[in-house]
Design a binder for this molecule. Structure first.
Ligand code: BEZ
Ligand code: FE
Length: 290
């Protein structure tokens, strides 16, 4: 075997400590170490290296303004969720951060409390009520809660070309008690895009592309770190095998039948209606690594 054992160190030493940003060097030196160790460990062949370069090239070529195949690759390899978890370690106590996903494409329409965000799509109406809280349990008033979800067939508005953009989306401002509420349909599970290189990878490894049914949330409030998270629907089939590894037990909520006539009347529903409750806990802005 002709393995230049010096090669790894020589590449690492080529990043001049005097002329390289210290953090960049801290990122690059272990990257070279792990890449070289990997190639040695699996005895990477030239043909396999070429195949990998071709895969990454096509991944880049599949990206455009609306599609980010590299982020999708990071998602299915669990790297996106690992980065979220590492960030969360710096800010304990908050609602778990998850991937943003590719369907936060448009700004959600501002809505009033109790609005029906599903805007006419078929399906049984359900109520989502929530509170935005600080890690010390105080309500966060005036927080912007952006919610977006698929319909009961697993499609987002941007995937149903004929429909009005904004269906399944709503931007709410929390009240003095940190609360928000909206009417919607219970979303369905759906597959991530599989018509690109990431789909090939899933097919080649016997993996399904599905995500458990969920509602996305993003919360912005002054003095707090941006929260990007999900509510996963209890009982959804893919809770244990989310294609992007974002589903965790902490984020699963049940839509339970609710008989509360006052709540039904206030939200234009009839009893019993499915009702999911969620608490979104924000960490202080400075606590999370930037
Ligand atoms: C989604 O939830 O919409 C999603 C998230 C990550 C990758 C693909 C889709
Ligand atoms: Fe989604």
């Amino acid at each position: 075997m002709t393995d230049d054992s010096d090669l790894t160190a020589r590449v690492q030493d080529s990043f001049d400590p005097e002329r390289t940003d210290p953090r960049l060097r801290e990122l690059l030196v272990p990257l070279v170490q792990h890449l070289h160790d990997y190639a040695r460990e699996v005895r990477l062949t030239h043909a396999e290296w070429e195949q990998m370069i071709d895969f990454l090239t096509r991944t880049g070529q599949a990206c455009d303004d609306l599609r980010q195949e590299f982020v999708l690759l990071s998602d299915v390899l669990g790297l996106s969720m690992l980065v979220e978890q590492l960030e969360a370690d710096a800010a304990p106590g908050g609602t778990p951060q998850t991937v943003l996903g590719p369907f936060h494409l448009v700004e959600s329409p501002p809505r009033e409390q109790g609005d029906d965000i599903s805007a006419g799509v078929p399906g049984e109406r359900a109520l989502v009520t929530g509170r935005v809280l600080s890690v010390t349990g105080e309500p966060v008033a005036g927080a912007l809660v952006d919610a977006w979800q698929s319909d009961t067939d697993g499609n987002y508005d941007v995937q149903r070309e004929s429909d009005e953009i904004g269906q399944g989306r709503g931007l709410f401002t929390t009240g003095d008690d940190g609360s928000f509420r909206f009417v919607t349909v219970v979303p369905s599970d759906y597959p991530i895009p599989t018509d690109g290189p990431v789909g090939e990878l899933l097919a080649a490894t016997g993996r399904h592309p599905n995500r458990p049914a969920h509602i996305h949330f993003q919360v912005v409030a002054p003095g707090f770190a941006l929260l990007t998270t999900h509510l996963f629907v209890a009982g959804s089939v893919y809770l244990d095998s989310d294609a992007v590894f974002a589903a965790t037990p902490d984020l699963v909520e049940e839509f339970v039948p609710d008989d509360d006539a006052e709540q039904a009347a206030r939200n234009g529903l009839s009893t019993p209606f499915p009702h999911a409750r969620i608490e979104l806990v924000l960490t202080p802005e400075h606590a999370r690594a930037s």
